[in-house]
Design a protein around this ligand. Structure first.
Ligand code: CA
Length: 245
């Protein structure tokens, strides 16, 4: 297999992912188009039950959720997101045609972070998306990530361990970036493929092991501590105790 052709492009893979759940296809298209133009990776689904599947499979960084949907309502989806450990803090912006104060209160009471009434202005919605990501996922837009003596700079694409420059290939860089965004969280190989390589690729899960191996080799020399933890039967995580013990 030709692996180099499948290296993720940096701009796409590193951008925050947004799921749009909206059954009006014109509006869904308009939203995804504008989100992509802002540099996000946007995907849309039309049905509530479809959204549920996507959200369990691979939680995005933010959801724009319409209230009235076929399948499962936006309100119910939001309630379920909040009840699930992996999506408890996932930022949600609810869209609705109803502007009644009582509906607004209901939306916020099931845990939506923000609430936008249709018809809305696109620049305003984009501003809210930015603000919400900045507030809830600062690590997704931070220029620098670090843990202990390890520093990763997204702007310059440099990684350092103490005073030493670490040279990583694009996939290893992205893998480290992804793990460092959520120290301690354990990712399955399938989740890493999704997050690092992207949705549409068909790659064997063992490829993940190969790249984790390369990343480890580049990060640690001799007896230096390995910051990546292998969780047997599950996957990998960045050791959240690294640099703290
Ligand atoms: Ca609708």
């Amino acid at each position: 297999m030709n692996e180099t052709r499948r290296e993720p492009s940096r701009a796409v893979a590193a951008a925050p992912r947004i799921l749009v759940v909206e059954d009006e296809s014109d509006l869904a298209l308009l939203l995804t188009y504008n989100l992509e133009a802002e540099g996000y990776v946007a995907e849309s689904v039309e049905r509530g039950d479809e959204a549920e599947l996507r959200l369990v499979e691979s939680p995005p960084d933010l959801v724009i959720l319409d209230w009235m949907l076929p399948g499962v309502s936006g309100l119910e989806i939001c309630r379920r997101l909040r009840a699930r450990e992996t999506t408890k803090t996932l930022p949600v912006i609810m869209l609705t045609a109803r502007g009644e104060e009582v509906e607004r209160v209901r939306g916020l009471s099931v845990g939506a972070d923000d609430y936008v009434v249709k018809p809305f202005s696109l620049p305003e919605l984009m501003a809210r998306v930015r603000a919400l990501l900045r507030r809830s996922r600062p690590e997704r837009i931070a220029e620098k990530l670090s843990a202990g003596d390890l520093d990763l700079d997204r702007e310059t694409r440099r990684v350092r361990r103490g005073l030493r420059d670490i040279h990583l290939g694009p996939t290893e860089f992205r893998l480290l970036e992804y793990l460092l965004e959520r120290p301690g969280r354990v990712f399955s190989r399938a989740q890493l493929l999704d997050g690092v390589w992207g949705q549409s690729v068909e790659i064997d899960e063992r490829t993940v092991d190969v790249h984790v191996g390369r990343l480890r080799k580049a990060l640690s020399r001799g007896r230096e501590r390995d910051p990546i933890r292998t969780v047997r039967g599950t996957g990998y995580s960045f050791d959240e105790t690294y640099g703290k013990s």
